[in-house]
Design a protein around this ligand. Structure first.
Ligand SMILES: NC(=O)c1ccc[n+]([C@@H]2O[C@H](COP(=O)([O-])OP(=O)(O)OC[C@H]3O[C@@H](n4cnc5c(N)ncnc54)[C@H](O)[C@@H]3O)[C@@H](O)[C@H]2O)c1
Ligand SMILES: [Zn+2]
Ligand SMILES: [Zn+2]
Length: 368
């Protein structure tokens, strides 16, 4: 079938919305009609050419939500008409990692996905006979996409898809960092560094876990206001002395849980240093630049601080994304403030510009 999609032709150039050929889903795959898709930093990072593992031509996009149109042979977990959220982090339920509750990093299709292919090593996207590679196994800057069923989370069909799309990446990453990775205890004190999509999700996750104090740190007053809306009890402007200020505010000890959601290794270090002696846990969610390292004074670890990393918030996506969507529908997670701009597929480059200008939290593409 013919589809319109935003193609990354050349790094550091605007995406080009073009007509492509999308072929039928094969074994274990489904055809999904996109209804909404968020524009995320990872898309822009790859488009910029800075990502060493990037390639072109490819169709970007990974924060998608839509409706299953048809399925290939052997597909059992979704059927036409199902509403789904796309998962760049799949859940096969069979690999050694999927069967263990300590990780969400599914091993089933990692290698091919990283190279831009579907699990059988081929693409469903073509242009004049030339293959166009997939991106993050999702390629959702497109009217339709073909994806493995293990990378589709089936959600409540009553949920608004422009909200559900945000659970495909940043929002679940933040929520999950607090709920799955840190397992924040009731009554605790938390500090969240960064109030973008991921940090705000972490604030909401700490609130859902029953934290008593949630201190959010950012450089932008507008974003700190949004953090209050998600449950932050206090806010602070970031800076070189922020660790001292946090320690002062927490009876000289630091926080039970800290979260880093900026991608800045200096802030990661602050998150470790602001964690409490004895049991403080610093959870790192930000993606640092290539080659950057995190500096930690080992004494901080010996005296009981711990550091954890969190990919997609430790969420096993097919199980947990539908649960998050239910919690949002029940009013426990307020998604509306994150949708700052609604744009069309043709405006996808404007989505990048808005992100660069830090104008709002998310631009969401709506497909008609
Ligand atoms: N681990 C994962 O699976 C995963 C998934 C999605 C995104 N990410 C990463 O998480 C990070 C955050 O993503 P996002 O979409 O929320 O980004 P974002 O750019 O919208 O938010 C980052 C925030 O950090 C703030 N900030 C910058 N410097 C700061 C400082 N010194 N002190 C305090 N705050 C500071 C900025 O003002 C901004 O509000 C990125 O690095 C992104 O790549 C990771
Ligand atoms: Zn993302
Ligand atoms: Zn698996």
């Amino acid at each position: 079938m013919k589809i319109r999609a935003a193609v990354l032709e050349e790094f550091a150039k605007p995406l080009e919305v073009q007509e492509l050929e999308l072929t039928e889903p094969k074994d274990g795959e489904a055809l999904v009609r996109l209804v909404a898709c968020g524009v995320c930093h990872t898309d822009m990072y790859t488009a910029s050419g800075v990502d060493p593992s990037g390639y072109s031509p490819t169709v970007l996009g990974h924060e998608g939500a839509g409706v299953v149109e048809s399925v290939g042979p052997g597909v059992v977990s979704v059927e036409p008409g199902d509403h789904v959220v796309t998962l760049f982090s799949p859940q096969c339920r069979e690999c050694i990692h999927c069967r263990d509750d300590r990780t969400n990093i599914c091993l089933a299709i990692r290698d091919q996905q990283g190279k831009g292919y579907l699990p059988d090593g081929t693409t469903r996207l073509q242009r004049d006979g030339e293959e166009i590679r997939h991106f993050m196994g999702t390629s959702t800057f497109a009217e339709y996409t073909v994806m493995p069923e293990i990378a589709l989370a089936k959600i409540n069909p009553e949920a608004p898809l422009e909200h559900a799309a945000l659970f495909a990446c940043g929002l679940s990453t933040g929520l999950g960092a607090a709920i799955n990775t840190a397992k924040v205890r009731e009554g605790s004190t938390c500090v969240v560094f960064g109030a973008g999509m991921v940090g705000l999700g972490a604030v909401a996750g700490c609130r859902l876990q029953g934290a008593e104090r949630i201190i959010c740190v950012d450089l932008s007053d507008d974003r700190l206001e949004l953090a209050k809306g998600q449950g932050a009890t206090e806010t602070m402007t970031g800076g070189d002395d922020v660790v001292e200020r946090i320690v002062e505010e927490t009876d000289g000890f630091g926080a039970d849980y800290t979260f880093e959601a900026t991608g800045n290794v200096g802030v990661m270090r602050q998150a470790v240093e602001a964690a409490r002696m004895g049991w403080g846990l610093a959870t790192v969610a930000g993606v640092a630049g290539k080659g950057e390292t995190l500096d930690i004074v080992p004494r901080l670890l010996i005296t009981g601080r711990r550091v954890a990393g969190s990919s997609f918030g430790g969420c096993k996506g097919r199980d947990q994304v539908p649960e998050f969507v239910e919690r949002a529908m029940a009013g426990d997670i307020d998604v509306a403030p994150f949708v700052s701009h609604k744009i069309t597929l043709d405006d996808v480059n404007r989505g990048f510009e808005l992100m660069e200008a830090q104008d709002g939290i998310r631009s969401v593409i709506e497909f008609n």
